[in-house]
Design a protein around this ligand. Structure first.
Ligand code: PBG
Length: 327
């Protein structure tokens, strides 16, 4: 190996074409998954104040959005629902005519090639805003599993291409896999929110989805931000239970976890560039403090470089446009 002055690292940075050729990480539209929020009603497009550019759509308007996503070449969406009523058991999550079920059917009918992933959780649908069945103030793990499995099955029946459990109950991947298999959905993959942290970065999402817990927090099931060994154990368990893809969430404060998961398991890894990460960039950009395009591309390239194979991001439509301009 030579050193300076024989070796000069700047030689390979001299021109854009050279930089392109030695670039190690390339962000592509195929890496992107765009989150969508479906709400009851007609002709509804409610802006989410803390997430500029993000809306809650009624199913009719959601189809316009799906059309745009499809034409931008974004391969997949991750669907969340805002129900018209909430109850203790979160029954809107697994109702055959639930909001997600209706939205899936509508999107798949119009855009059969757009991959529809559904978020499987109860928190948007329970009156208390927690991710499971409660006993007093505690979330009961095992009784919650049946509800999650029912929810996943109802999404599959509606036509979802993949289900993504985000609840962090123990054993939920197995419960969902068994339920799907028992009903003939043996080829439907599960994307597990495996290392999901109890994060302040979810704040804006909870406005968008109306899922803020009415009391307490999610620390009894989501992970402590201080831990990464534990993340590997969570991922391992989800893989043993049948997860096809694993997720780390949020992304930016957990790039080391993404890297460790990728190196340890060699499974497809999704990273969720969550609402708070998006809102911070949007707020700073609106103030003229950062250049939005450059900063977003840098963040997403960093997440991919860390080891993510795909990125769930509210920036997806903008990124797809910017990538097109580059070509
Ligand atoms: C739970 C869920 C949450 C997010 C995705 N699925 C919120 C939570 O755990 O409280 C957060 C996504 C984001 O912040 O963008 N259904």
């Amino acid at each position: 190996m030579s050193t300076f002055p024989t070796l000069r690292m700047r030689r390979l940075r001299e021109t854009e074409v050279m930089r392109r050729m030695v670039r190690e990480t390339n962000l592509a539209v195929d890496d992107l998954i765009y989150p969508l929020f479906a709400i009851y009603g007609q002709d509804v497009k409610n802006p989410v104040p803390s997430m500029p550019g993000v809306y809650q759509f009624s199913v009719d308007r959601l189809l316009e959005e799906a059309q745009e996503i499809n034409s931008l070449g974004i391969p997949a969406v991750l669907l969340f629902g805002i129900p018209d009523h909430k109850d203790e058991a979160g029954s809107g999550a697994y109702a055959p005519e639930g909001i997600v079920q209706q939205a899936v059917r509508a999107i798949k009918k119009e855009y059969p090639h757009l991959l529809v992933i559904t978020d499987v959780c109860l928190c948007e649908y329970t009156s208390h805003g927690h991710c499971g069945v409660l006993d007093g103030g505690r979330i009961l793990n095992d009784p919650t599993l049946e509800f999650l499995a029912k929810t996943a099955l109802s999404h599959a029946v509606a036509g979802a291409d993949m289900v993504a459990p985000s609840d962090m109950m123990d054993g939920r991947v197995q419960a969902i896999r068994e339920k799907l298999d028992a009903h003939g959905f043996t080829n439907l993959p599960v994307m597990a929110y495996s290392a999901k942290y109890a994060s302040a970065f979810y704040g804006p999402f909870r406005d968008a989805a109306g899922s803020t817990p009415q009391f307490g927090d999610r620390r009894s099931h989501q992970m402590d931000p201080a831990n990464s060994e534990e993340a590997l154990r969570e991922v391992e368990l989800d893989i043993l239970e049948g997860a096809d893809l694993v997720m780390v969430k949020p992304a930016l404060a957990y790039l080391d976890v993404i890297r460790r998961v990728k190196e340890e398991f060699r499974y497809p890894v999704a990273a969720y560039n969550v609402s708070g990460e998006y809102s911070m960039v949007k707020a700073a950009a609106a103030n003229g403090w950062v250049e939005e395009k450059r900063i977003v591309m840098e963040i997403l390239t960093g997440i991919k470089r860390a080891g993510a194979d795909m990125i769930i991001t509210y920036h997806a439509k903008d990124v797809a446009r910017w990538l097109k301009e580059q070509d």
